[in-house]
Ligand binder design. Sequence first.
Ligand code: ARG
Length: 258
Amino acid sequence: MNKLLRTFKRCAAAGAVILAAISLQPLSSAQAAPQPVVGGTRAAQGEFPWMVRLSMGCGGALYTQQIVLTAAHCVSGSGNNTSITATAGVVDLQSASAIKVKSTKVLQAPGYNGKGKDWALIKLARPINLPTLPIATTTAYNSGTFTVAGWGAAREGGSQQRYLLKAQVPFVSDASCQQSYGNDLVPGEEICAGYAQGGVDTCQGDSGGPMFRKDNAGAWIQVGIVSWGEGCARPGYPGVYTEVSTFAAAIKSAAATL
Ligand code: ARG
């Protein structure tokens, strides 16, 4: 199987994500709180103000007020593109106060072929007046405990979520992650996170969303982009994230062209 197919297998085809997105399940008070993002909890309104839901069934983060950073596998190429709607400013995707803005352009990572380099930028039709999420420009924060968030499946094979869910996952070393994924992992371009025993992870539909932590000044900083994994939250299979620090300079120069 080639790497692109493998990424699709591990991320679910965009079409499947869109179909799942149509059946967003509201929560009734009688239901147990969902296991977000697999093994998480509900995010509070305004807790992660730069979180964005993209209409193809992916997540993203406001890199600037008019540019969303997401995953390359969430888009189909580069160029003018008015087909994507970004929803921001709400944890509830069905909220009347949701801010919805169309895309104007997409920039997929140069050289993206399904293995590594899983980042893309989406230019919005207008700026959104919300805080942005700075990206890590050095490897200094590629360790510790990370937060992940998204509207993706709360369990493997599960439906997309109406409410933003969050979870915490510990850093996993390249050496350990290679024990799970062998040569499918691109250690210089990917960073892994999860528990050896599984149970907490991002999942289908969380792709493109940020993995982040606090910096030394106590501010949120993005260290990863949800990319892929073998199933979701399985023991011995951590989540794999684009290593943002590796691409920080490329992302900055690409954004300047949009
Ligand atoms: N590629 C998937 C998507 O499109 C994300 C998979 C993340 N998987 C994981 N086990 N962390 O949503």
